[in-house]
Design a protein around this ligand. Structure first.
Ligand code: PMP
Length: 330
């Protein structure tokens, strides 16, 4: 018989898939690391597992404890899955702009979701930062992973994503491209690849235009999960050789093409990362092997990037003539 003890045992070990149509005419081999193959559906399963296990070891998280984290998305799913395995409770705090679908996914895993108003200042007691801090002190046995400051976030990539890429490419990877949110992926994977290759592998961040990583001020953008308006502790400022800024329009165009032309239904930050990888590929040669990491799948974005009316409403597609309205899944 062939089986694992628990779904959590399947975190990591995701495949590399060649990009064909999108990389046509370009000299390097462009490979995608498909992180939606993780059991919780995103790259964040990796950090969830490592952060929880480290907190168990240090004694910060005790049997029967409660995980409290401000998150609305992928990190919440990863934490909820790991918590289920290990018998912890989860309370996630998210702003009310987060779609009901996303909240329901977390509830489906058995987590409690506390919703806070978006339209208040960060220092307001009802802001989602303050509510999560308050809950940590109020709930007995509460522990907050804090993915923006937890060194186990980049460490999980140093010990899993990085070695996987080195092994899967037989040490032939020349460039690693990824989006930057907390910076955990680029810092951990990038640092490992630099160490193992003695600095040969180039590390390239993809960033939404307007975010701090590419010199912006935090101006709003629509791609989710990447870019910041502050510098997280989990971001190693010395690791990236280059940061390539990508517009929302370009990110979403490539995201839609990944589904239609490569059969990869992935999120908007994946389109952004691939856009950066393709830009890089234009100046690389036939011996180069570019790996681009795709953090999550596209099902969570059907009413956004994959919805023509939504795309038109932001000017990313010509005005919609079908009579469809935003919210219709086309
Ligand atoms: N894309 C998506 C969809 C994400 O949820 C995240 C994590 N915030 C990232 C990219 C960026 O990964 P990291 O936090 O490791 O920089």
């Amino acid at each position: 018989m062939e089986y694992v003890e628990h779904i959590v045992d399947l975190v990591g070990g995701t495949p590399l898939v060649k990009l064909n149509s999108l990389a046509e005419g370009l000299e390097p081999l462009v490979l995608a690391k498909v992180e939606y193959m993780n059991p919780g559906g995103s790259v964040k399963d990796r950090i969830a597992l490592r952060m929880v296990e480290a907190a168990e070891k240090s004694g910060e998280l005790k049997p029967g404890g409660t995980i409290v984290e401000p998150t609305s998305g992928n990190t919440g799913v990863g934490l909820a899955m790991v918590a289920q395995r290990k018998g912890y409770k989860c309370v996630f705090v998210c702003p009310d702009k987060v779609s009901e679908d996303k909240r329901n996914v977390l509830k489906a895993y058995g987590a409690e979701v506390v919703v806070c108003p978006t339209a208040v200042a960060p220092e307001d007691p009802e802001s989602y930062y303050n509510v999560s801090d308050r809950l940590v002190t109020e709930i007995e046995g509460a522990w907050k992973p804090n993915q923006y400051a937890n060194p186990e976030n980049p460490a999980s990539h140093y010990h899993s994503t990085g070695p996987e890429l080195w092994k899967q490419t037989d040490g032939r990877i020349t460039h690693f491209v990824t989006g930057v949110g907390t910076g955990g992926t680029i810092s951990g994977t990038g640092r490992y690849l630099k160490d193992v290759s003695e600095g040969r592998v180039q590390v390239i961040g993809a960033d939404p235009e307007g975010s701090v990583y590419s010199g912006g001020s935090g101006r709003p953008y629509l791609v989710e999960g990447v870019g910041e308006d502050f510098w997280p502790e989990t971001y190693d400022r010395g690791v990236a050789d280059e940061i390539i800024p990508i517009s929302d329009a370009h990110s979403f165009d490539i995201t839609r093409r990944l589904a239609r032309e490569e059969g990869l239904l992935v999120g908007g930050s994946c389109g952004m990362a691939v856009a950066a990888a393709l830009r890089l590929a234009e100046r690389c040669g036939p011996d180069d092997v570019i790996v681009v990491l795709l953090p999550d799948g596209g099902r969570g974005y059907l009413t956004k990037v994959f919805n023509d009316a939504w795309m038109s409403s932001f000017g990313f597609l010509p005005p919609d003539s079908s009579g469809a309205t935003v919210g219709d899944v086309l």
